[in-house]
Design a protein around this ligand. Structure first.
Ligand SMILES: [Zn+2]
Length: 702
């Protein structure tokens, strides 16, 4: 049998919905499949560039948009597997392929004949009689090429390609190192004294983790967020909290083969060089040209609006924590591993709310139903589970997604959704949306149906014990809704060209659909309907809903400081105008001192494990985007508040058309205005975070 015949990656996927044949795919299939797919893509690009006909939109831009589908299909599968179900064999292929893929895209973007055609069309774009979407995809491709070095001289292009190739190697390494440090750590709790203070749900997930790791009669705390955060919140053992906290914040900062310090430093230096080749003084300047914000001052201006108020709020919070600690006779200085612990105690007193009371109402399956129900009420979507379809891991659930607006039968299928909710050692930390196939209608033939998207959501929830449901915290449920909002952005995409599809938007716009969707979880009506006790099926009591919503502003100083400190350090690191980058740990320390960051609060991510910045370039000089999008989502949700109904049909229809379906086919501030009828204002965001004076609730006790 020839290679192509025996390699499932290179054959047509005759599986249901054209999903990858997960059960047949092995790590060793990828390298030869990539080789073949790269070869095919090169041939497609060469053919477009060598076309003897003069350049037209169809024979150049539309053809480019259709090219590389085999490569996309294999890359997307590979990317999903290395994120969610990796192995040493896949990691080896990843290290091998990352620089080759980077070199391939560099070569494509520096393809002289191809760029000349795109450039010629771009020059004449107003005279070509294009639709608005066609004009936008032409501009987008032109911009992609210029940004990737198409206009550089030959010597610079050579260096540019080397830089991109090396960056691909380094960013791959960075992510693998974080995973290695996370997998290596385990805090084994042998007895009740070790587990002092931990509620049953934390003990249950820790027992499960111990059994997963083959450790009998013990509990294990890992560095997964759904382990470490509850542990720091509840453990009475200050010594163990300190041990776990130090392990968590020092990921990537250990000498040896997984040390991310030299890697982050080299990445920053190379990014500076990349920016300079484009004539920008810093990587931040270069990256921000392709955003709504546009320039550093717009970003730092927004961050400054929250930084000082958030620090002031955190100082008030600290006083309350210290008062509580003192009242218990504890006089030690408050440290970073104490904050969550005392915050939980204050929260219990102030709101009479503890996680152990809340979680039984937030069973995972109920919250998934809640997310689906909101999607149905807003957009008419129906999620139908396909238990007969096996994905890459038994825990992954597959759904066919139908749209009521398109009728009842098979015609109503708009996409496939894979839900992968549990933490495991083969999965990277965090929560994210990704795809196996993007929506588009550019098939090259009117007879061929458009491409339906295949969208994934990954979470890292600690799985319930066998036979027990998985219970979420309110924060976890919020993460579920957040990623589901990204998922809807992919599923509802309704554009012609793949380059403009779904989440391929400017990066300070991409968190709008996800953060906006979080607002529905906080609707009392949604909670009453879906947050039901997993044993009794009783809906969550009104008093508990009120407390939950009231408590949302609690500890927001802490949360906002942690986020904003990370965003400011990101911006500072990428604003360096000198390629001679200092030691990143020392740089971070100096930067935190300069902005007056409180040490006992900490950061969401330190530079040595800041995967947003260094596992890829998507969020480099871009961690601010969550706050930028929050201005939009807080202002956007007000449209439903003003309509007096969280599911108002007219507002939902505009939201679907201009935000969730339009991809990058409309300029983002124009899309927002079309949805909202005006530009956004910053006040709803400040109010939502409790950072305006009027919204500070005066504590009655403590
Ligand atoms: Zn997100």
């Amino acid at each position: 049998m020839s290679l192509a015949m025996s390699n499932p990656l290179l054959q047509p996927w005759s599986t249901p919905y054209g999903l990858p044949p997960f059960e047949q795919v092995r790590a060793e299939h990828f390298e030869p499949a990539f080789d073949e797919a790269l070869k095919q893509h090169r041939a497609e690009i060469d053919a477009i560039g060598a076309n003897p006909e003069p350049a037209t939109f169809d024979n150049t831009v539309a053809a480019m948009d259709r090219s590389g589908r085999l490569l996309d299909r294999i890359s997307e599968l590979f990317h999903n597997l290395t994120s969610s179900e990796t192995s040493p064999a896949l990691q080896a292929v990843q290290r091998q392929m990352a620089p080759l893929l980077a070199a391939h895209y560099s070569a494509m973007h520096m393809h002289k004949a191809l760029f000349e055609r795109i450039d010629a069309l771009h020059e004449r774009r107003e005279q070509l009689g294009l639709t608005p979407e066609q004009k936008r995809v032409l501009e987008r491709f032109h911009f992609d090429f210029v940004r990737a070095g198409a206009k550089l001289g030959p010597a610079e292009q050579l260096r540019y390609a080397q830089v991109m190739k090396r960056l691909a190697e380094l960013t791959t390494r960075f992510g693998q190192n974080v995973l290695a440090d996370e997998s290596a750590f385990q805090l084994v709790l042998r007895d009740d004294a070790d587990a002092a203070g931990l509620p049953d749900f934390v003990r249950a997930v820790a027992r499960q983790a111990a059994s997963d790791r083959g450790i009998a009669d013990a509990m294990v705390i890992t560095l997964s967020r759904s382990h470490i955060v509850p542990f720091l919140t509840f453990s009475d053992r200050r010594d163990l909290r300190e041990q776990a906290y130090r392990a968590w914040v020092s990921r990537g900062e250990h000498p040896g083969e997984h040390d991310n310090r030299p890697i982050a430093r080299e990445i920053l230096a190379l990014r500076n060089e990349q920016a300079r080749l484009h004539g920008h003084a810093s990587y931040a300047d270069y990256a921000l040209t392709d955003t709504m914000a546009g320039r550093q001052s717009a970003v730092t201006g927004l961050l400054a609006q929250v930084w000082e108020p958030a620090k002031a709020r955190a100082a008030e919070e600290r006083e309350a924590l210290q008062a509580l600690a003192l009242s218990r006779g504890e006089t030690a200085k408050l440290e970073a591993w104490d904050w969550r612990y005392y915050a939980e105690k204050v929260r219990q007193v102030r709101y009479e709310l503890d996680e152990a009371t809340v979680k039984p109402y937030f069973a995972l399956h109920r919250m998934v139903e809640a997310a689906f129900d909101c999607a149905q009420r807003l957009f008419g979507l129906r999620f139908v589970e396909q238990p007969q379809i096996k994905a890459y891991h038994p825990d992954v659930k597959v759904y066919a997604v139908h749209d009521a607006a398109r009728g009842e039968g098979d015609d109503s299928l708009i996409g496939i959704f894979l839900h992968d909710n549990f933490a495991r050692t083969t999965k990277r930390s965090g929560a994210w949306m990704s795809s196996l196939r993007s929506q588009s209608k550019n098939t090259g033939s009117a007879a061929k149906a458009g491409v339906t998207p295949v969208i994934l959501n990954n979470n890292n929830f600690a799985k319930g014990a066998p036979g027990q449901p998985t219970l979420l915290s309110f924060d976890d449920a919020n993460t579920l809704f957040h990623e589901f909002g990204h998922g809807l952005h992919g599923l509802l995409s309704n554009v012609t060209y793949e380059r403009l599809s779904g989440t391929s938007v400017l990066r300070d716009f991409v968190e709008l659909p996800s953060q906006l969707f979080e607002h529905w979880l906080a609707e009392a009506e949604v909670l009453k309907r879906h947050a039901r006790h997993y044993l009794t099926d009783e809906p969550i009591p009104d008093a508990l809903v009120e407390k939950l919503l009231a408590a949302r502003l609690f500890n927001q100083g802490f949360e906002t400081v942690r986020y904003t400190a990370s965003a400011l350090v990101d911006m500072a690191a990428h604003a360096l105008t000198d390629a001679n980058v200092p030691d990143v740990v020392e740089f971070e320390r100096a930067e935190l001192a300069r902005i007056g960051a409180p040490a006992d609060v900490g950061m969401n991510h330190r530079l040595t494990h800041f995967q947003h910045l260094f596992s890829g370039s998507g969020y480099a000089a871009g961690y601010y985007v969550y706050l930028w999008a929050e201005v939009l989502d807080a202002d956007g949700y007000e449209a439903f508040v003003e309509a007096g109904n969280p599911f108002d049909a007219a507002v939902a229809a505009r939201l679907r058309r201009f935000i969730y379906s339009s991809g990058n086919s409309i300029e983002p501030s124009e899309a927002y205005r079309a949805f909202r009828g005006r530009a956004p204002t910053v006040e709803p965001m400040l109010k939502g975070r409790g950072l305006t004076r009027a919204s500070i609730p005066q504590p009655e006790r403590i």
